[in-house]
Ligand binder design. Structure first.
Ligand code: SAM
Length: 255
């Protein structure tokens, strides 16, 4: 296990309770309604149609956290499996399973080396999950390996453009390019988590080398919201001008 994986496991164990409390208004409801929404701006799957009909499909959530997404997909008839690095996050997953009565396998492990056979899943996905923290040069080949031919890999993460506007030690996007674009790989954030990203061309080259075809890259843009204040207001106005996150939709077409 690499140093960044050990660091992230410790940090996620430390921040898990706060993360679940803080994000509950945004993510908890979907576990009970099945109405899932992607990313920072909560864009409904019903509009984006990234996963489509999941009934009867074997689905792996990479970095499932509290498993709100997997629970929603179970409600929609999928056979989910959740994998996460953090035992504390998986504790929240188990609590949700007790509350909802919807149970499915939960596995502790890293996206960089997953304990599943080749061609196990129809869909591998994450919403700001493991692909934001695992080394993409390991996590993407692993995902391709466990996908069935024709299977779908879909995930969201912070955009490379956003990352290079964050001042070292800062935690928000600015209006100047302050970091090296070509140096994007693994980097430590202000909160002590080690994040991952790549220049766009390297993402695409990596996908191609794993037999994954890009079907879509959605650069999300939130609606203008005059009711927002403070940090939320400035984040929204930044993301109205520039892409703050990416959602990739990839198809395993060879390999
Ligand atoms: C931002 S949380 C997102 C979880 C979930 N998608 C949500 O919306 O709450 C990211 C999750 O990825 C997990 N994670 C980080 N690195 C990982 C890795 N290498 N393998 C598996 N999970 C990882 C963390 O433990 C954390 O639960």
């Amino acid at each position: 296990m690499g140093v960044h994986v050990r660091t992230n496991r410790e940090r996620w164990n430390e921040i898990s309770d706060d993360y679940q409390r803080f994000n509950a208004p945004r993510i908890r409801g979907q576990a009970f309604t099945g109405a899932i929404a992607w990313g920072l701006w909560e864009l409904p799957e019903s509009e984006l149609n990234i996963l489509g009909d999941v009934a009867g499909l074997d689905v792996l959530e990479m970095g499932c956290g509290g498993s709100q997404w997997s629970t929603a997909l179970a409600r929609r008839g999928a056979n989910p499996v959740g994998i996460d690095l953090s035992e504390r996050q998986l504790l929240h997953s188990r609590r949700l399973q007790r509350e909802t009565g919807l149970t499915f396998p939960l596995v502790q492990g890293s996206a960089e080396s997953v304990p599943f056979a080749d061609r196990s899943f129809h869909i591998v996905f994450a919403d700001h999950g493991a692909f934001s923290f695992a080394d993409p040069r390991r996590a993407i080949p692993e995902s391709a390996r466990i996908l069935r031919p024709g299977g779908l890999l879909a995930f969201s993460h912070i955009s490379p453009l956003y990352e290079i506007t964050v001042e070292p030690g800062g935690d928000r996007a600015g209006r100047r390019l302050v970091r090296d674009y070509f140096g994007l790989r693994m980097f430590t954030d202000a909160d002590g988590l080690v994040s991952a990203n790549l220049p766009y061309g390297e993402w695409i080259g990596l996908f191609r080398s794993c037999g994954l075809t890009v079907e879509d890259l959605i650069e999300t843009r939130p609606k203008a919201d005059p009711n927002l204040t403070g940090r939320q207001r400035s984040d929204n106005s930044w993301a109205r001008r520039w892409p703050s996150e990416c959602i990739w939709r990839l198809r395993k077409t060879s390999g």
